[in-house]
Design a protein. Structure first.
Length: 364
């Protein structure tokens, strides 16, 4: 097969037959969205469709379905990003493939990462399924509230008070050992610093921050120094560090975004929103959606649902304009948020009064 992946092959053959996605979908009795997902490498057609699909496209199943291992791993990567849920067949098929590739020296590194991401996605899927059930259980079984609340916290990432449940000493030891063997891997220091600071191990965090700075300073230097100072109970000194961070690197959107994050965690919402907007304005294309997503969440926290909806819509615009994505989870998630907030907005509006049953309500 050429460098075109399976989805590209379908698209090329479809266009050679002068068929639109809608026409092909109609002939196969599937949705146009399904065809689009095939062509974008997000999903594969059901195996039962392959004979009819190959006939419609004027090729054989073998010629249609030939795919290199690299292309298949690329498709798995796209699937993990674009799909909210994987079917059991999709999960088990790709799990088997990746396990086999993990045994091959040339494919081992990429396959191992993708297999880890596949398991993480399945864990997130089950947490998402657990969340509404745990919420329902809290209402149905108030006398057993501890177990129900624990389930909800595990599903939605709640904060557990027990130190033995929330400290990160095992992961910290892993990163310490990794850095000892790979002292030039800057990103490993960032993950370690996050864990040490979260656990309140500030003296150790300072030690590893100094080691990281020897590799070359960046906005992370002031960012993490400020985080350490804040954890030590020195908020004014921390704020000065973060201000210095953006002064040193005023054109770096990531430094403004990081400073906005710190303000958001302090509940300084208007100030955080202003800095997220600054980060968005400085972002090179293709822009990441993190700033607008953060702004939408901050407006939602404040009960300003219309403004939150506006920025979730902006998130969709960026995905479409900058990343040329028209469907998938990057679009579907903000759409779900918009629908949820519209429902909350409707519920929060006062009901109009009527003078008699069956008569149209009139607002006063």
């Amino acid at each position: 097969m050429s460098t075109l992946d399976f989805g590209g092959r379908i698209k090329t053959l479809r266009l050679s037959k002068s068929m639109t996605q809608e026409q092909l979908a109609q002939r196969l009795r599937v949705s146009p969205q399904a065809v689009s997902k095939w062509e974008n490498g997000v999903t594969l057609p059901d195996i039962q469709l392959l004979p009819e699909l190959s006939i419609l496209l004027g090729t054989s199943i073998d010629a249609l379905f030939s795919m290199t291992d690299d292309k298949r791993m690329e498709r798995i990567d796209n699937m993990l990003w674009d799909q909210r849920f994987l079917s059991r067949e999709e999960f088990e098929t790709e799990e088997r493939f990746l396990k086999d590739k993990c045994l091959e020296p040339d494919a081992q590194a990429r396959a191992t990462l993708l297999l880890a991401e596949l398991y993480c996605k399945r864990a997130r899927e089950y947490r998402e399924l657990a969340s509404p059930l745990a919420r329902k259980a809290i209402g149905l079984l108030p006398e057993y509230d501890k177990a129900a609340h624990t389930a909800l916290f595990e599903a939605e990432g709640g904060v557990f008070p027990d130190w033995n449940d929330i400290n990160h000493h095992r992961t910290i030891e892993f990163y310490k050992d990794f850095i000892a063997r790979h002292p030039g891997q800057r990103r490993a220091y960032l993950w370690l610093l996050d864990l040490l600071i979260d656990d309140g191990r500030c003296p150790e965090a300072r030690k590893y921050l100094e080691k990281m700075n020897r590799l070359g300073e960046s906005y992370h230097s002031d960012l993490y120094l400020g985080m350490i100072l804040e954890k030590e109970g020195k908020p004014e000194e921390a704020a000065a560090c973060w201000e210095r961070m953006t002064q040193k690197d005023p054109d770096n959107w990531q430094s403004w975004f990081a400073r906005a994050d710190r303000l958001a965690k302090r509940c300084a919402y208007p100030e955080a929103i202003a800095l997220y907007e600054k980060a968005l304005a400085l972002s090179p294309r293709p822009r990441f959606t993190d700033p607008v997503n953060a702004i939408a969440q901050l407006y939602e926290i404040q009960g300003q649902y219309e403004k939150a909806i506006e920025f979730y819509q902006k998130e969709i615009e960026i995905v479409r304009e900058d990343w040329n994505e028209t469907q998938g989870e990057a679009i579907d998630e903000p759409l779900r948020n918009i629908a949820r907030l519209k429902e909350k907005t409707a519920e929060s509006r006062p009901l109009a009064c009527s003078s008699s049953p069956g008569r149209r309500a009139l607002p006063f």
